[in-house]
Design a protein around this ligand. Structure first.
Ligand code: ATP
Ligand code: MG
Length: 332
């Protein structure tokens, strides 16, 4: 999913994201519970001069997992090494990363649920005892040589906490579940970003953007940039008119649903009588990957009360039917 309302980052966006990333826990908007929990964890470790427990950050795309990993390193005043699950295809890839860590370094593994199984075992031992076993040779003559590594803090991020094997999940001392942001929190995100972009936007425009951002800071920042483009090109101020015109141009509706969200709702209603329908069937019928539907589209539709996930499949709610504009058949 690559629309304006995908929580996933686009390649060209990475530069902007760097510039807009909050640099400390205090600057990080919202998620106040997670912030308090992290503050305590980091302060305690600093006082005792040890590395803090490993941290797992779980939640949909664009809610601030990468940002928080950078903040953890900054708060600890330690270097950050960033890698990701898909980059770790073999145990050897992980061994190379782990053996190069300096004491206290923060290792960030994004999309940790996509790491190779063979590397997971190595990670267990590393997380627990700061040791790894290096295999030397092949076949019957193979031996494993234990190697000490520097104490480090692992920060893992996942959009799919349910996919992590239990032994891995259990080795994180703290799991932060990031929630979608409330509208007033998104307003703070947009106000802050507008200031950094030196874009003058009216308060009413800010709240309009916040309302349409699906609870996601990345989307809020992205919509803000579209509105800024619009006001620049058309030479108009950043008020509600500019916001509405810009968002209409990008197909974002008043509740923040984009094309794919609406397609998913319509598919369930038109082709499956409102559900229940299984995830894979639904994914095929809208031509998207099941993972995208499950981790990007559904969390928002469920939160907005338009879709419900049941053991038998996905069902569109009464509000969801209303959103499609198709009359709901009477319950027989
Ligand atoms: N709490 C926040 N306050 C201000 N800005 C935020 C906050 N959370 C996220 N952002 C902004 O949203 C953008 C996306 O955040 P981030 O990259 O950390 O998300 P993510 O959870 O790692 O997403 P993904 O799952 O796609 O990797 C960044 O540009 C960041 O500046
Ligand atoms: Mg990220």
């Amino acid at each position: 999913m690559t629309g304006e309302l995908s929580g996933q980052a686009t390649t060209g966006e990475l530069g902007y994201e760097g510039a807009l990333r909050p640099g400390s826990l205090e600057e990080f908007v919202g998620q106040s519970r997670v912030r308090q929990q992290l503050r305590l964890l980091l302060d305690a470790a600093t006082m005792q001069q040890r590395t803090p427990d490993h941290i797992l950050l779980a939640g949909p795309p664009g809610l601030g997992k990468t940002t928080l990993s950078m903040i953890v390193a900054a708060e600890l005043e330690k270097p950050l090494h960033q890698t990701s699950g898909p980059a770790i295809q073999h145990a050897g890839d992980l061994a190379a990363v782990l053996s190069a860590l300096t004491p206290g370094e923060v290792l960030f593994i994004d999309e940790i649920h996509r790491m190779a199984r063979s590397a997971e075992e190595m990670l267990y031992l590393a997380m627990e005892d700061f040791k790894i076993d290096i295999m030397v040779g092949k076949g019957a003559g193979a031996t494993s040589i234990p190697l000490e590594i520097a104490p480090f803090t692992l920060v893992g991020a996942t959009t799919r906490a349910g996919l992590l094997p239990n032994p891995l999940r259990d080795r994180f001392g703290f799991t932060a579940h990031l929630e979608f942001y409330a509208d007033d929190e998104l307003e703070s995100v947009v106000t802050r970003a507008a200031r950094l972009l030196e874009f003058d936007i009216a308060a009413a425009g800010v709240s309009e953007i916040a309302r349409r951002s699906r609870g996601t800071p990345r989307i809020a920042n992205r919509l803000l940039r579209r509105v800024r483009d619009y006001s620049l090109v058309h030479g108009v101020a950043g008020g509600t008119d500019a916001v509405q015109a810009a968002l209409a141009l990008y197909d974002v509706d008043a509740q923040g649903l984009d094309r794919l969200d609406r397609e998913v709702l319509r598919a369930v209603v038109e082709r499956f009588g409102g559900g229940p329908v299984g995830l894979s069937t639904l994914a095929v019928s809208v031509g998207e990957e099941a993972e995208t539907i499950e981790s990007v589209v559904e969390p928002f539709l469920v939160r907005a009360g338009l879709l419900s996930r049941t053991p038998r499949g996905r069902t569109v709610t009464r509000m969801g039917w209303e959103h499609t504009g198709i009359p709901m058949p009477p319950v027989s």
